[in-house]
Design a protein around this ligand. Sequence first.
Ligand code: ZN
Length: 244
Amino acid sequence: MGPTRLLYLEDMQRLEAEAAVQVVLDLDDGRTAVLLDQTVFYPQGGGQPSDMGVLEAADARFEVQDVRLREGIVYHIGRFETGRFEPGQTVRLRVDAGRRRLHDRLHSAGHLIDVALRNLGWHLVPGKGYHFPDGPYVEYMGVLPKEDEKAIRQRLEAECNRLIQTGSVVTVRFVAPDEVETLCGYVPDYIPREGPVRVVFVAGPLGCPCGGTHVRDIREIGRLRILKVRVSGGRTRVRYAVED
Ligand SMILES: [Zn+2]
């Protein structure tokens, strides 16, 4: 069995598709994993939570509660509400749109903070991002100038919301690894040495290597709030939230 084709890498807005069942696997914890030839479901990773949703056939329905990626293969984990799939069968995939939309907004907001920091002349190197709804943050190598935290927070929040109000269509490009430094301004250690690298541009000319899903236009983020800017151990962590 080959790797699962990840449809969301090319079309992040697509939430429905058809796919062929490869394997139905009963797990030790009582749940079941369904493996498909292709998927629109986002597996947890890169700081973004997994999608949920349903897989349906004429006489069977599977609730997807968690999605994981292992060695190129996507595991749709959950339980059958009715019936069961057979290998080779075609099923209809439907991602929970409300949950995905929130994840898109939180993920794009994280990238937008990178852009806003650069626009303000603070050139920090992006590190870890945590785009989960329960306390999202982005972390940078480097520290902000010794202004007080409140002033930094206010300037950063204002710049983020200025960008959101201006609007910008999020774009994706697949590029050679040696193009990443020019396009992104830095090279993270997690990018593959061979094969194309997916670079996401949320606003402005600088991109960021990313495998996640995003809003179509940054206007959809809504209002972005900067909750806290913490500088410690040579790193800066920015906690944020999105509001309607
Ligand atoms: Zn990302």
